[in-house]
Design a protein. Structure first.
Length: 138
């Protein structure tokens, strides 16, 4: 199959497939005498796998490791489980950070709303100084 057909079947662009090849997530396919890439069913399976784990938030380097495990005849589940647990912990940390940011933004907005009721045009956020900034940055 040529790259355009593979791209349509998997739901990727030809550029994305070439990107995966350049980043060693997909082996370089053989070429026809005319220079066209020729893909097989294994390539389709690999691309579908890459899309699936990328959708789970894995980075390219992490996907490369998963592909190595996938290529192993043993296909051990324990290392994959550890990677999934680490990814889940990372997502939970990011969620906690986002919740903290949401709280800080909500407080800043409340401060703005209170100030605007008293003095329209005076923004408390613009007047606040951050004590952690260097003196020359103020």
């Amino acid at each position: 199959m040529q790259i355009g057909i593979v791209a349509k079947k998997i739901g990727l662009t030809p550029d994305a497939i070439r990107f995966y090849e350049r980043n060693a997530l997909l082996p370089r396919p053989p070429r026809t005498q005319g220079g066209f890439r020729q893909y097989g069913e294994n390539d389709l399976e690999t691309l579908a796998f890459v899309r699936r784990v990328q959708g789970l938030g894995f980075k390219l380097s992490e996907i490369r490791g998963l592909l190595n495990l996938r290529g192993s005849r043993l296909q051990p589940c324990a290392p994959v489980r550890r990677r999934l647990e680490a990814k889940l912990a990372d997502v939970r940390r990011k969620l906690a950070d986002l919740q903290k940011l949401e709280h800080e933004l909500r407080l800043a907005l409340q401060s703005c709303n209170r100030e605007l009721r008293k003095h329209p045009g005076h923004c408390p956020i613009l007047r606040e100084t951050n004590s952690s900034q260097p003196e020359n940055a103020k």
